[in-house]
Design a protein around this ligand. Sequence first.
Ligand code: ZN
Length: 154
Amino acid sequence: MEEARIHRVEGRLYVPYHNWYGRITSKFFIALRDEGRIMALHCRECHRTYMPPISPCPQCYSPLEEWRELSPTGTLLSYTYVNYLYSQKLQPRHPPYALGLIRLDGADTALCHLLGDISREELRMGLRVEAVFREQREGSILDIEYFRPLGKGQ
Ligand SMILES: [Zn+2]
């Protein structure tokens, strides 16, 4: 076979799709969208609270049914500062921006989300933060626009 006779074209596909959330994730996003409430699932057997909510419990495999509303405040467990543009379609913002791992008060798990109203120098593990909700919410995790240092919005 002559290599010069094989024609190759480089390309990239973008495929539109719908993602059907299950019962638990739907309840979480509907409460976030319609009421601005952050809901978690609590395990009655091992007493862990999961946010984002999941079931069954990954520790003891009990089915989780006990919903709890969490405060929009929490603690920054870890963070990273993104200053590199790798995808205009996949990145939530144009760099630079900060991402954090936030454990809301009352939860045993953490959520990765955007950090805002904060300088790079202010970022530190253990920082107390609060959720800032979008006014027009549509049922996605970005209905929480970002987390900012607690009390910074007052
Ligand atoms: Zn459990």
